[in-house]
Design a protein around this ligand. Sequence first.
Ligand SMILES: Nc1ncnc2c1ncn2[C@@H]1O[C@H](COP(=O)(O)OP(=O)(O)O)[C@@H](O)[C@H]1O
Ligand SMILES: [Mg+2]
Length: 470
Amino acid sequence: MKWLDHVEKTVPVIQITELVWKAVNCMKSASLNELPVLSGQTFSGILHAKDLLNSDPNNSIKEYIDKDCCTINGTEELYFLPFYNHQLLPVINDGIYHGCISRNTLHRLFYNELSQVILSGGSSRDGLTAPQKTNNTKRSSKVIGHSQKMKEIFDIVHYVAPSDSTVLLLGASGVGKEVIAKMLHENSCRKKELFMKVNCGAIPPHLLESELFGYEQGAFTGAKRGGKLGIFEMASGGTLFLDEIGDLPLDMQVKLLRVLQEQEIMRVGGLQIINVNVRIIAATNRNLERMVEEGTFRTDLYYRLNIVPIKIPLLRERKDDILPLLNYFLMEFNAKYNCMKRFSKQAVQQLMSYPFPGNVRELSNIVERLVLTSRSDVIESCQLPKQVLTYLKRESGPPDQENKSMDTLALHWNTFGQGDNLFDYLEKEALIRTLKKYGSVRKAGTAIGVPHTTVFQKMKKYGVTLKAIR
Ligand SMILES: Nc1ncnc2c1ncn2[C@@H]1O[C@H](COP(=O)(O)OP(=O)(O)O)[C@@H](O)[C@H]1O
Ligand SMILES: [Mg+2]
């Protein structure tokens, strides 16, 4: 993106030697609240209309110039351009004035850039039948994805959205499973119908069946008169998003499978079969394959749901998305809280090296909190939340005590047999610390590069048990 091409050279300027009335006339005719002030070609500052109110028209403009205004030098990346409070952002190189970029232009550039990575339903792939394009993807559901990995996901979404196939969204908490589920709905022919979400883990198991399938009058004590419509019936014609599907109790798994296969339900206490027409999108952050092996998730349901699996990667596995997401949320929260905060370059760089264990949700929360709590317009790196600062400190600092003792441990084990009491003492300490950190004998062995049998021998030698140290 060459934002420099959008610098406006025709914005009127005023020379520092001019008088107030001339500046006012100039602002009026150009409908500007600000004017760049020059001394020859050298930039002197910005003149704000509000500062000229009640001034003597014959005064010199010199005393009204804002010399500390925000400027840029033209070498910045679009994403690093500051958000600023005024209409104009002057471009100054070595003190020489080059032109201005207006706030509207800058916002338009940002949005253009972002919209390139928002699924608009317009991708095309040779060799595949292009599904009907939905060019009117709602603006309200912005999904940012700049990385190759997200673009691949958008491609899949684009092709499967118009079909009625079941989609299984996999990925850790906060990676954007729900966002993709909504995107699938909004780009399907069901988009005018309901998108309903059920958190399978949040509804108490004994209520789940009546919530999903509804009940007939008198089905159980406390049942409402006239019965109750279930979520499946309500969502009929639309999309049902079954979130946290891994938390669905086994008995409900059987019932869900039946609905998926037959597209029909029976209300609790009812005798009548009711046809439903819902598209199912399921999501989980759990490892369903392992659950199938352990017998906690039904194999048949797993295969029925796993028709189009989409795995959304962790944010740290798609670092190219961090900057666009930071900018996106900054704009969103600036607009929401009516402010103009921006990040210092260093703060952005530090955030980009942070691994975001809470994924996009954590990033969004961090930006919201900073926009709300930062007193200055520029959010500096020292204001970043504790978890980010602690991480950065740990990464840049010398190896911590724990790691040092692990090196020592590995070293001593390599030369085992030459130990004295001090050696034994250190070795035992290191053994305990490593077991505490990794939680199992095997993992501890892998971490320090020795077979787990060696770790067992050492545990036996020093009388260390996992139970005692946990
Ligand atoms: N690619 C994205 N673009 C914009 N916002 C996103 C994106 N991914 C996630 N979010 C936001 O992050 C938060 C968590 O996303 P969500 O879909 O609820 O994650 P999950 O369901 O995987 O836990 C939401 O506020 C969502 O709007
Ligand atoms: Mg979720």
